[in-house]
Design a protein around this ligand. Structure first.
Ligand code: ZN
Ligand code: ZN
Length: 383
């Protein structure tokens, strides 16, 4: 007996998208989007990007899942408590859409994200909850020349803004008020060390996270299609849910804002090796005709710490702003707060003889300025 199989025309995952006349799924598949933060907003943004089929996603966050995240983080479950947010999020969105690729970076965006790494993306979406973290991603975005979408939320209000270093429009830093700077600076001691301040806990809910996250992704979607829609560069939209209202404002460009001059294009690249002496690279630069090189770091580094009481000495080699103020006391005599040296550049001087690249705490794929007698160059440290 003959059997017949009735085949319907095969439906594909993106069929409903393809009914939209301006939609270009291949563009989204090719897109590379960096998500800073995997909290409530990050969860919503990642979920939407995966559903939509954005092909290449990088997510960075230093935090682990806690029970309080479970009221508004669609990707986290009770069994995930204690695990790195980025790793759980990565696995969950791959389950939502196995056709995409996801890179998870469990780290601090201020110290663990190289400019070269950021440059590999088309767009950044900031899902952050502090002025400091937004300031840091704005710096990275402007160094790399990559636009970014910022989101923020309260209990029944939210905001989304859009910044593009390739325009003359205002950036996030332009919008930081004196009061916000003060709040940000409270995180550091007068010497610049990290203060142990408990993370602020903000009241918020899943509904506002969904709305703000969806608006961020809508902005991203339009941008990736080369469309302007929701927001122009330097614009911010405010949302109120109780009572319902929404309005847009143009953020004012501050002439003295330094972020707009940060954009850096690598002129040479060097193979990064943690065990390589920094001096060796500087000497090679001289051999290539770049005389008197001064390599500038993006983050100041604590070199040596010394106790003036007992003489105990230690090579710390950690970013200044990552070193806890509470660890300044001498571990040997416990009497004194230690003295320390800070450096923000390396030259061919005696004092930096033994410095290795690992002591500079460079993130993967970092790009740094280097002043030479022949002018300024920018070095990309490829891994
Ligand atoms: Zn600015
Ligand atoms: Zn001591």
């Amino acid at each position: 007996m003959e059997s017949f199989i009735i085949t319907q025309e095969q439906e594909s995952r993106y069929d409903r998208h393809n009914l939209i006349d301006w939609w270009e799924q291949p563009k989204l598949k090719a897109a590379k989007v960096l998500i800073a933060g995997a909290g409530a907003l990050g969860n919503e943004v990642l979920k939407n990007l995966a559903l939509i089929g954005v092909g290449n996603i990088t997510v960075i966050d230093f935090d682990t899942v806690s029970i309080t995240n479970l009221t508004r983080s669609v990707l986290f479950r009770e069994k995930d408590i204690g695990l790195a947010k980025v790793e759980v999020a990565r696995q969950q969105i791959l389950e939502i859409n196995p056709e995409i690729s996801v890179q998870a970076i469990h780290g601090d965006l201020e110290f663990d994200l190289g400019i070269g790494e950021v440059k590999e993306h088309d767009l950044i979406i900031g899902c952050l909850d502090s002025v400091n973290a937004r300031w840091a991603i704005n710096q990275l975005a402007y160094c790399a020349g990559i636009p970014w979408v910022n989101g923020g939320m309260g209990i029944a209000e939210g905001e989304v803004s859009f910044f593009d270093p390739n325009t003359e429009a205002a950036c996030y830093e332009c919008s930081i008020s004196d009061q916000m700077w003060q709040r940000r600076n409270q995180r550091y001691s007068c010497q610049g060390l990290k203060r142990n301040i408990p993370e602020s806990t903000m009241p918020t809910t899943a509904t506002i996270a969904s709305i703000v996250g969806a608006m961020q992704v809508q902005q991203a979607l339009l941008y990736l299609h080369g469309k302007t829609g929701l927001l122009q560069p330097g614009e911010k939209i405010f949302l109120g849910l109780n009572p319902w209202m929404a309005f847009k404002v143009q953020i004012q460009r501050q002439e003295e804002c330094m972020a707009h001059d940060l954009t850096i294009q690598p002129t040479i690249s060097i193979n990064y090796q943690p065990s390589l002496r920094v001096q060796e690279v500087l000497q090679n630069l001289e051999k290539s005709g770049y005389l008197n090189p001064t390599l500038w770091l993006r983050n100041e580094i604590i070199g040596r710490m010394k106790c003036l009481s007992c003489g105990y000495e230690e090579h710390v080699n950690k970013p200044l702003r990552q070193y806890p103020e509470s660890e300044l006391a001498c571990p040997n005599c416990k009497l004194e707060e230690r003295d320390f040296e800070v450096f923000s550049n390396v030259t061919l001087s005696e004092s930096s003889q033994d410095l290795l690249f690992q002591d500079l705490y460079l993130p993967n794929n970092e790009i740094l300025h280097c002043d030479t007698s022949q002018g300024q160059i920018a070095i990309q440290f490829c891994q």
